[in-house]
Design a protein. Structure first.
Length: 305
C-alpha cells in the first residue's frame, strides 16, 4: 500500500459544505490570490500540499509512522464531520464529547494551515538570526579567509538570500504542541452558531479560515491572542453558517445580515494566505468600503492592487 503524500490542510469534509451539492462529490469555486486565476474543483483536489505533515522517520527514535500526524488529523476530521453536518442542518448547540470533537477540529484549522507553519518557521528562525547579529556586532562571527566573500555573505544574509532552514520534524513538533493549548482555550469559550438570513448571500472559506479578533477596540494596537480577554474567534463552517467563540458571554444575535456577511468576508479575505473557496458568487467590502463581487476580487488580484 502506497504512502499518501497529498496532505489536506483544509479537510475535504469541511470544504464539502461549499460545493454546489454540499457533498464531497460536488464542485467548489477557487481563487488563487497569487495569480488571480479561478477555477472549479472537487474538495479532494483542493487545499493540499505534498508531504506537508510527513515525519522524517530517519531522525526519530522509537516506532513512529511517517504519516502519523496526517492519520491523526483524519481521525479528528472523521469524528467532527457528522456533527458539523448536523449543525449545518440546523442543530444549534452541541455539548459534551460532540462539542470537544468540533473544537478539536477548529484547533487544527489554526495550527495546520501553511500560513501558520510559515509563522512557526519564523519563530524558530528568529533566535538564530539574533545570535548571528550579536556575534557579528561583537566581531566573534567566524569569517571566510577571503574578505570579499565575507562581505558578500553578510550582504546575502541582510537581503534574505541566506536563510536558516528549519527541519520538518522540529516544525511539526511545534505545530503539534500548540494543539492541546488551543483546544483548552477553545473549550473555555462560549460558542454560538451564527446563521445567515435568506437574503444575506454566502460566507466564504479560505486557506486560513479561523479569525481571531478583538471584541472591543484596543487603543495600543496590541495583537489579539487566543487566551486574551475581549477577543472573539470566528470560523465559517459553511456558506450559511459560522461558529463564534466569546469569553464570558454568547453572541446576542445569532443571525447574519447581508452587511454582516460582507464584513466577515472582507476580514477573511484580509487574512487569506493564497486560496479562497466559495460555493458561488459572493459579496465583500473593499478597503474603500465599496461592495465587491467575486469577479471584482479576481480583477483586483489580477491587477495586484
Amino acid at each position: 500500500m502506497s504512502t499518501p503524500r497529498k496532505h489536506h490542510y483544509i479537510p475535504k469534509s469541511f470544504l464539502a459544505a461549499w460545493t454546489n451539492s454540499g457533498t464531497p462529490d460536488g464542485s467548489l469555486q477557487v481563487i488563487d490570490k497569487s495569480t488571480g486565476n479561478a477555477w472549479s474543483v472537487k474538495p479532494v483536489n483542493a487545499a493540499k500540499e505534498t508531504d506537508l505533515y510527513m515525519i522524517d522517520v530517519s531522525e526519530t527514535s522509537g516506532e513512529i509512522a511517517a504519516t502519523e500526524i496526517e492519520t491523526n488529523f483524519g481521525i479528528i476530521e472523521g469524528a467532527a464531520s457528522p456533527i458539523l453536518k448536523r449543525m449545518l442542518e440546523g442543530e444549534a448547540m452541541v455539548s459534551g464529547e460532540d462539542r470537544e470533537k468540533v473544537l478539536s477540529l477548529l484547533a487544527t484549522l489554526v495550527a495546520r494551515v501553511p500560513s501558520r507553519l510559515d509563522w512557526i518557521d519564523e519563530i524558530m528562525r528568529k533566535p538564530v538570526e539574533i545570535a548571528y547579529r550579536r556575534l557579528e556586532a561583537e566581531g566573534k562571527l567566524p569569517q571566510p579567509d577571503d574578505p570579499k566573500l565575507a562581505a558578500l555573505m553578510n550582504d546575502w544574509f541582510d537581503q534574505g538570500k541566506i536563510r536558516i532552514e528549519i527541519k520538518q520534524n522540529a516544525r511539526l513538533e511545534m505545530m503539534a504542541s500548540m494543539l492541546p493549548t488551543l483546544l483548552q482555550l477553545f473549550m473555555l469559550r462560549h460558542w454560538t452558531v451564527l446563521r445567515t438570513r435568506p437574503d444575506a448571500g454566502d460566507l466564504i472559506c479560505t486557506d486560513d479560515p479561523v479569525l481571531l479578533l478583538w471584541d472591543k477596540p484596543v487603543p495600543n494596537g496590541e495583537s489579539p491572542g487566543f487566551g486574551l480577554a475581549n477577543t472573539l474567534v470566528f470560523v465559517p463552517i459553511g456558506p450559511a453558517a459560522a461558529r463564534v467563540g466569546l469569553w464570558m458571554t454568547e453572541a446576542r444575535d445569532p443571525t447574519l445580515t447581508w452587511q454582516d456577511v460582507m464584513s466577515w468576508n472582507a476580514l477573511l479575505l484580509n487574512q487569506v494566505n493564497r486560496f479562497v473557496f466559495s460555493r458561488r458568487d459572493f459579496l465583500t467590502l473593499h478597503t474603500t468600503d465599496a461592495i465587491h463581487s467575486r469577479n471584482d476580487v479576481i480583477r483586483s488580484w489580477t491587477r495586484k492592487e
